[in-house]
Design a protein around this ligand. Structure first.
Ligand SMILES: Cc1cc2nc3c(=O)[nH]c(=O)nc-3n(C[C@H](O)[C@H](O)[C@H](O)COP(=O)(O)OP(=O)(O)OC[C@H]3O[C@@H](n4cnc5c(N)ncnc54)[C@H](O)[C@@H]3O)c2cc1C
Length: 538
């Protein structure tokens, strides 16, 4: 690593990968610091024992998934070169125009302004509705979800996803070999075929081709301004064999871009403001406007009138707009990886499971004693067939929650202060829509276990806000260009800059906003649809 760069980017998820790539293409020297590991496709967990190791546990294991539990809402997020793309469900939706017209957003950001950046991101992520690989049809879960919506009087559609289904190829952005999706449904556990268009297959290799240097296992702890020359970024270099061991180090960036994700970026800024006191003039609003994007996970329809086998196929394939006059609501089908489906099969007591087990064992014993046919295949087959999850249609709901949570510094780490009180009406309307979908396939609507009394808790995969955009430092943390109020050349480009729920999966919007942050740094203006300065994407 050199002692200084034009730009230091912290975090290599959607915001970090896009800014690093565009600024490197624009001729800047770029250093990309990422706390997680770089994963090759053969490293991803497949067996249950390996799955246990895929979690990030501070100072213990350096997996690519981090689950953080707070009082009223839990958060799942990514860590690794490629950030959340390593485990995400590949959906790329443009945020509805009316979201940007809410007062929470700076007036400079509209859907029309963002559309050219959305196009850039879609091109890089190779985003398209699922086209089944050769010899396959749409997954059963998709067809059942479409039928459920239609029976409920609604029209569901395939959503654009970044999943490759063609013949073997080299990724056009330079990220190596890809094979067609095999419907294993393991999107959340990393894709061992590289069918998922993760950021380490597109933005990151393109950035590296233009000279950007990526440093995995570098966790940033502090940012400090150095008189008119940028910022000193101090990190801990983690030892992959023993995460307790780390070496300190630092690098100077004439510009610094925070892209550590909603929790990562806001936590770092809170630490610099309150513990290190290196960025004391940060806005008093730092930490506000936290939103879970109205996520409602772990709900679904049980005992549907047809088999679904929900683990098969890309993890999300279709969605339906269930907005009401009060709220925007979007519901998608949701598949879980094999390992989770098997765990659910074991936990949910299946009808006749014990009887089948008893019959299999007694047939085996009597055959061993010379009294039976010796053919136990039939009983064993019944033991594994028709479990509770084969007729389960899981949902992911997203909607306009009130975005009134707060990320607070407790002296050691970030805490989330969150209540669903002001979002209750939206969740009621969302559950109503989920019940209608469930009736469409004669299923029994089951709600998230976390949502039951006494927990009344939510789980979000889409945390947003905390270091949010706005028109002035009294009411927001960064400008519409992502520059931190009071700290020139310090930028935020990730989910934390988003000031409201989006009501759809956020990665494409995060990417588009990051493209915009980079374009403004390079050109000092917005990009138009046919702009001669539009970045080259291949
Ligand atoms: C199971 C799951 C499925 C999802 N599916 C979808 C989907 O289908 N579509 C969609 O749009 N969204 C999806 N999401 C959400 C999506 O992954 C996130 O919204 C997105 O990754 C956020 O992008 P980001 O740039 O803000 O941060 P991230 O992608 O989270 O990247 C932040 C990176 O910064 C690193 N970092 C943090 N702090 C530091 C530090 N101090 N020093 C160095 N590095 C640091 C992290 O390790 C991480 O790699 C899903 C999320 C989950 C959990």
């Amino acid at each position: 690593m050199r002692p200084s760069y034009d730009v230091v980017v912290i975090g290599s998820g959607f915001g970090g990968a896009a800014t690093a790539c565009r600024l490197a293409q624009g001729g800047y020297s770029v250093c990309l610091l990422e706390r997680g590991k770089r994963w090759s496709k053969t490293d991803f967990p497949r067996s249950p024992a390996e799955v246990a190791k895929c979690f990030w546990r501070k100072d213990k294991s350096l997996g690519f998934l981090e689950y953080r539990a707070f009082r009223r809402i839990d958060v799942v997020q990514g860590c690794g070169v490629g950030g959340g793309s390593l485990h995400y469900f590949n959906v790329h939706l443009r945020t509805p125009a009316e979201i940007f017209s809410s007062r929470a957003w700076p007036r400079e950001i509209t859907r029309a302004v963002l559309d050219p950046y959305y196009s850039l991101a879609e091109n890089m992520l190779d985003s398209a509705p699922l086209s089944p690989p050769a010899g396959r049809e749409l997954p059963r879960r998709t067809s059942v979800f479409l039928a459920a919506a239609s029976a409920a009087g609604r029209t569901a559609q395939l959503v654009p996803i970044g999943v490759y289904t063609g013949s073997d190829r080299a990724n056009p952005h330079g990220g190596g070999a890809q094979s067609a999706c095999d419907y294993s449904g393991n999107c959340m556990l990393g894709c061992d075929l590289h069918s998922k268009n993760t950021l380490d297959l597109n933005y990151i290799p393109l950035a590296e081709k233009h000279g950007a240097e990526t440093f995995p296992l570098h966790e940033v702890e502090r940012i400090e301004p150095i008189d008119g020359q940028g910022y000193r970024v101090t990190y801990r270099k983690l030892d992959s064999n023993n995460p307790r061991l780390s070496q300190p180090g630092s690098v100077v960036g004439r510009k610094v871009i925070l892209a550590g994700g909603t929790l990562g970026t806001t936590e770092l800024l809170l630490r610099c403001k309150f513990s290190h006191c290196t960025l004391p003039a940060l806005s008093p609003r730092l930490g506000c406007r936290f939103s879970g994007n109205g996520d409602f996970i772990l709900a679904g329809a049980m005992d549907t009138d047809r088999e679904i086998d929900p683990g098969r196929g890309p993890s999300i394939t279709a969605g339906v707009d269930c907005s009401t006059p009060n709220n925007r609501i979007f519901i998608e089908d949701l598949g879980y990886p094999d390992a989770f489906m098997w765990m659910m099969e074991g936990v949910i007591p299946g009808e006749n499971r014990l009887i089948s087990l008893f019959k299999a064992v007694s047939t085996y014993i009597s055959s061993t004693l010379g009294n039976g046919s010796g053919r136990i295949g039939f009983e064993v087959d019944k033991l594994f067939r028709g479990g509770a999850t084969t007729r389960f249609l899981p949902y992911l709901g997203m909607g306009t929650d009130a975005a009134d949570g707060r990320l607070r510094w407790n002296g050691d780490q970030v805490e989330i202060v969150w209540s669903h009180r002001n979002s209750r009406q939206m969740f009621r309307e969302m559950e109503q829509a989920m019940k209608e979908l469930s009736r469409g396939v004669r299923g029994r609507y089951v709600t998230s276990i976390l949502w039951h009394w006494p927990f009344r808790k939510l789980l979000t995969a889409h945390p947003l806000g905390g270091s949010f955009m706005g028109s002035d430092p009294d009411t927001s943390v960064v400008s519409h260009r992502g520059e931190v109020w009071g700290y020139p050349d310090l930028f935020v480009a990730d989910g934390s800059m988003i000031p409201s729920a989006l009501s759809v999966n956020p990665s494409l919007t995060i990417c588009a906003l990051a493209e915009r942050v980079a374009f403004w740094i390079l050109h000092g203006r917005d990009m138009g649809p046919h702009d001669p300065d539009r970045p080259a994407t291949h």
